[in-house]
Design a binder for this molecule. Sequence first.
Ligand code: FES
Length: 105
Amino acid sequence: MNEMTFVCKAAEVKEGGVKQVSLPAFDDEFAVYNLGGEFFVTDDMCTHGMVSLAGGDVQDGQIFCPLHGGAFDIRTGAATEHPCKVRLKTYPAELRGEDVYANLA
Ligand code: FES
């Protein structure tokens, strides 16, 4: 499947911020990031524990988990800070007008 799905309105994610998004067709939530007007989408659940990353802080292109302070590179999903080791799943995203779309396959 190579379909782009509407994720949220771009205006819902402030610059340098992250927002949790639930979509009816998916069991798990997604995290949407705005890095300087460029949008990125990852799984919302930290790979270290059952915690929403959208409750964490975005710094230098990384999302810091609110529970143990581990971090991931938002663009690549790579684990960048202990104790996170397992890569975060990322999804190709793009801005279409005022809307953020992503390939969530
Ligand atoms: S649950 Fe995210 S770093 Fe531990």
